[in-house]
Design a binder for this molecule. Structure first.
Ligand SMILES: *Cc1c(COP(=O)(O)O)cnc(C)c1O
Length: 383
């Protein structure tokens, strides 16, 4: 059966292409974990923790089960378990995990609106949201671009607040030369397979320059263990398993190169799409080293987006939306009784944004095809 009328599919992310390129290294790592039966922690665990800490610019890493746990563990060991009435401020334009960690740690999430150009939390709004009950702030380095940490830290310091950075999408990102965890008390990473550094399953890490904090998180994440049979306190079970540690350790040396490839893809999209009527490219900012977990453009309105997304899909271009529903509009937070217009910038952005296919292995021809298809569809819908 011939399917040569079907266009080649360009996925949003292509984890199979990555595996093909590093198959030998990853296969050897997984096989050796199986042969040694070192399934929990294991010999790659400590070395990977150290190598990841040096990738983050030097400091300490507590590895854990996933990025959501990393946020919870970091909150628990910095501001402690909340009494249910205390508050933690974060952006409404993020993945729900950021707020889940806040709730699980015993706090009320307080959402703030975003900056319209960067989609990152608006520091002026953060300052306005601070009250007597505020304990901490969680900036999210969304799409791989760091929040304006100098201004945010100035506000946090003025009010004596802890800052935990959600760096789940920002491995290797920099703001004014300093990465996640070099500003706040700790940065939380996810190794979900599709993230810039992804495991072959779930994984996460807390990175900090504070060794004592990281030690406490390690023990809390491992049943409050001090030694094998001695538990100083009770904790939780959130460990990075041996298989994931071995895969991540094999992949880490490639991360800097993959980031450069992502940045090259983003630069090509910028070149092909900037100035096009009806398309707004991601803002570029000389202060940030953006690692482009996602390349997010926006179109003029919700209807255009719907028609463009449909058109892209029918032509084999798999775009996405990150995220279509801001947290203040999520059913899970209906009890907070927010109106969509409470955060008008995030509300409007969520209707208009589109994430384009971007992964290190995408070819120049594929990027050009995505850009051409997008331009043609936007022009057609607007005509
Ligand atoms: C992926 C992600 C998380 C959660 O990470 P998991 O490893 O999936 O638990 C948290 N915050 C943001 C912004 C994310 O993108």
């Amino acid at each position: 059966m011939s399917n040569d009328t079907q266009p080649e599919i360009i996925p949003l992310v292509d984890l199979k292409a990555q595996y093909r390129n590093i198959k030998n290294e990853v296969d050897a790592a997984m096989l050796s974990t199986a042969e040694r039966a070192s399934f929990i922690k294991g010999p790659d665990h400590e070395p990977f923790a150290e190598e990841f800490a040096s990738f983050c610019g030097g400091g300490h890493t507590a590895l854990c089960g996933n990025g959501t746990d990393a946020l919870y563990l970091a909150l628990y060991e910095t501001v402690g378990h909340g009494d249910g009435s205390e508050e933690i401020i974060t952006t409404t334009h993020t993945f729900i995990a950021t707020a889940e960690a806040i709730v699980r740690a015993g706090y009320k999430p307080v959402f703030v609106d975003i900056d319209p150009a960067s989609y990152l939390l608006d520091v002026d709004q953060v300052e306005k949201a601070i009250g007597l009950k505020t304990k901490a702030i969680i900036p999210v380095h969304l799409y791989g671009r760091m929040a304006p940490m100098d201004r945010l830290m100035a506000v946090a310091d003025k009010h004596g607040l802890t800052v935990i950075e959600d760096a789940a999408q920002a491995h290797g990102a920099l703001y004014k030369g300093k990465g996640p965890g070099k500003w706040g008390a700790a940065a939380c990473f996810s190794f979900f397979p599709g993230k810039n550094l992804g495991a072959y399953g779930d994984g996460g890490a807390v990175f900090s320059e504070d060794e004592t904090l990281v030690e406490r998180i390690r023990s809390f994440a491992n049943h409050g263990r001090d030694t094998k049979y001695l538990h100083d306190r009770y904790g939780v079970n959130s460990r990075l398993d041996g298989m994931q540690a071995s895969v991540l350790r094999a992949k880490l040396p490639h991360l800097a190169g993959w980031t450069r490839q992502r940045q090259n893809v983003a630069a090509l999209y910028d070149e092909l799409l900037s100035g096009v009527d009806g398309i707004v490219c991601p803002e570029t900012d000389a202060d940030t080293n953006h690692v482009y977990h996602l390349y997010v453009i926006r179109v003029n309105d919700a209807e255009t987006r719907e028609r463009v997304l449909e058109g892209l899909k029918s032509e084999g271009v798999m775009a996405g939306i990150h995220y279509p529903v801001p947290l203040h509009e999520q059913p899970a937070f209906a009890h907070m009784a927010h109106a969509p217009e409470d955060f008008p910038v995030a509300h409007a952005a969520a209707q208009r944004i589109i994430s384009l296919p971007l992964y290190p292995e995408i070819s120049e021809a594929q990027v050009r095809r995505v850009a051409e298809t997008l331009k043609r569809l936007v022009a057609k819908v607007q005509a």
